[in-house]
Design a protein around this ligand. Sequence first.
Ligand SMILES: [Zn+2]
Length: 252
Amino acid sequence: MLSKRIFLLSVVLLGVWSCQTEKAEESKKIDSAFTKKDSVVIIEQPIISELEQRMIEQGLVDIQTLDSTIMVELKYSTTDNFVKTDVYGDLTRAYLQAKPAQMLVKANKVLQEKYPNYRLLVYDAARPLSVQHTLWNLLDSIPPKEREDFVANPAIASIHNFGSAVDLTVYDDVIKKPLDMGTKFDFFGDLAYPRLEDEMLIEGKLSKEQLANRIILREAMTSVGYMRIESEWWHFNAISRTRAKDLYKIVE
Ligand SMILES: [Zn+2]
């Protein structure tokens, strides 16, 4: 994911320098263009896309600036998602409204106090409504009513569109992978439904360990006020849709 990030190189000159030549190849490193290497400091600054800039202006925050131990792998910024398409492009950072972001930081602390090797891994957070439309349209072979099983209708908007919902799992630093939750993120079927977990356990489709792993995530999130939903083990709302509508603007 990091490789997708584009970095702007800002050059701060602390001493006297002289430019060797204007014909230096574009691809050559910036410091090679200066004769006094020790007088040049190169600072890497992430380019903030127009979309991110708009989110920041709406009060949303990059959650990793609050807690860098929270991992982020926005699945919609990869092709490893249910539409097999990168619909986020340059957006690789996870944004939430400030309060939900602070709640997430607390949940990560709660998790790490009990399980020092674990941390939260975020798959999706604030989702622009424009992307909600893209996801909706990519599934246009499915009739609208059935399509709502897979993706929220953009006409109604998702709590993700208000920057107040998060999709996530638990990452284990020892085994260097996410915990086994019984299904992948965005698995559309009974096995992903928290409300069917007892049934799935009896039928042997969900193991005791997989259920225990889901409970570890659920307890960390609900202990700080996040609300679970009954159809996706990975999704949590910081507030209700009505409250989100009252408090926040949709991320367009
Ligand atoms: Zn979600």
